[in-house]
Design a protein around this ligand. Structure first.
Ligand code: NAD
Ligand code: MG
Length: 396
């Protein structure tokens, strides 16, 4: 069927990427998987390509076996083969090509971290819809993303469950009808831990999220609450809201995905069992909804009680550090994001304590407080400087 929309999935082997393929497998009548990219998991990527038959497959990391199979050690020569895809590209450029191909209408950016920025910008410049899971893109370069939307006519529809909830609650109403939004936060695995215990939390403990199964980086971000800081900045750009109009409440059950309070005092919430399948599907179909046979019937009694708590800011300082960086603007959000990415990577390698993560971010923000932010290259330089700073001062 030629009127099916073409979807490119960047980061198809990850948590969001594999969830998206599950959703797309149920909706082959409307969507066609046009392109798939992954970082290094060639075996899974190959399996996915065999199942969905995209016209384009990209692998970021050089891979000897693939290179031999494809016959060219290059990122710019295509190859026709039935089980890998009509065109296969190895190397970083595969992301941009996947994001801008003519047979792609929607780009699901499910890459983790700042590595997703160029593909988001290119897709928006090319007029595509970007279903955005890769929140780091907006945090690092929100104003550049806005510029790309204006120039290219593309649009961003959030995949993040909180932002999908807000979009669904706002449902086309104008900005001046919204008083504020309240993002919910599960509180992560350490919600009720003492500060002393938090300081020495292990990698294994940080990766044991109570309500969501996700990639390692976002799981650690959920434990430090840096994820919520990224989401506040994401909401600021997506919904054009001043930081004073974005609040956070801890909600351990992750059933209320966020609230929107309107100027007349009415409050709408979007709810559902914690699953990324709905926000992924909604990002593809927005503003429409389509029937999804796999969605479970909502049972408020089974999900009760639903509880809400204040954030313990003193014990989870990464949240306010990120919000302050968002308010400061310029390169500060990019520095916050990159310092956090680098610190989490070092933590995951067992070379930094959990308590050091926010300290590394704070030190990077203190030191790199006035870097230029006017262009993509300037922001990449700020990103690199923050990573180098954290490696030097805190890495081993
Ligand atoms: P993940 O680690 O499970 O998957 C990441 C994917 O990106 C993989 O396919 C990997 O191959 C690819 N990738 C990694 N580094 C790359 C690079 N340098 N260049 C190109 N590709 C690269 O992560 P995830 O949990 O799926 O999260 C992806 C994004 O979605 C993150 O920005 C995260 O914050 C966001 N997100 C995730 C969830 C969730 O439930 N997992 C929810 C909301 C938002
Ligand atoms: Mg979220």
């Amino acid at each position: 069927m030629s009127d099916r929309q073409g979807v490119a999935i960047l980061g198809s082997t990850g948590s969001i990427g594999t969830t998206a393929l599950k959703v797309l497998a149920r909706h082959r009548d409307r969507f066609r998987v046009a392109a798939l990219t992954a970082f290094s998991n060639a075996d899974l990527l190959k399996e996915q390509a065999a199942a969905f038959k995209p016209t384009f497959v990209g692998l970021v990391e050089q891979n000897g076996q693939w290179t031999a199979e494809i016959g060219h050690r290059t990122s710019d020569i295509g190859h026709r083969t039935s089980d890998i895809g009509d065109r296969t590209v190895i190397g970083r450029d595969c992301l941009i090509e996947a994001a801008t191909r003519p047979d792609v209408d929607i780009v699901l950016n499910a890459v983790v971290g700042a590595a997703g920025l160029d593909a988001t910008l290119a897709a928006l410049e090319a007029g595509k819809r970007v279903a955005l899971a890769n929140k780091e893109t907006l945090v690092m370069a929100g104003h550049l993303v806005r510029g790309a939307i204006e120039r290219g006519g593309g649009e961003i529809v959030p995949v993040d469950s909180e932002h999908s909830a807000i979009l669904q609650c706002i449902a086309g109403r104008s900005n001046d009808e919204v008083r504020r939004v309240v993002l919910t936060a599960s509180g992560g695995p350490f919600r009720d831990w003492t500060r002393e215990r938090l300081e020495r939390a292990t990698v294994e403990e940080a990766l044991r999220h109570p309500t969501w199964r996700m990639g390692k980086k976002i799981t650690v971000d959920s434990a430090t609450l840096a994820n919520k800081a990224l989401e506040v900045i994401e909401a600021h750009y997506l919904f054009d809201l001043d930081f004073t109009r974005i609040d956070i409440v801890v909600h351990p059950q992750s059933v209320v995905h966020s609230f929107v309070e309107f100027v007349d005092g009415s409050v709408l919430a979007q709810m559902g069992v914690p699953s990324m399948e709905l926000p992924v599907l909604y990002a593809l179909t927005h503003p429409r909804r389509i029937s999804d046979t796999a969605s479970v019937t909502f049972d408020p009694v089974a999900l009760s009680p639903l509880t809400f708590e204040r954030v313990r800011h003193d014990d989870f300082p990464a949240l306010l550090l990120g919000i302050e960086a968002g308010r400061a603007g310029g390169a500060a959000p990019a520095v916050f994001n990159a310092a956090n990415e680098q610190a989490v990577e070092i933590f995951l390698r067992g070379k930094m304590t959990f308590g050091e993560i926010p300290r590394a971010i704070a030190a990077a923000l203190d030191t790199l407080d006035d870097l230029p932010a006017h262009s993509r290259d300037a922001l990449q330089a700020a990103d690199a400087a923050a990573r180098a700073f954290v490696r030097e001062k805190f890495g081993c």
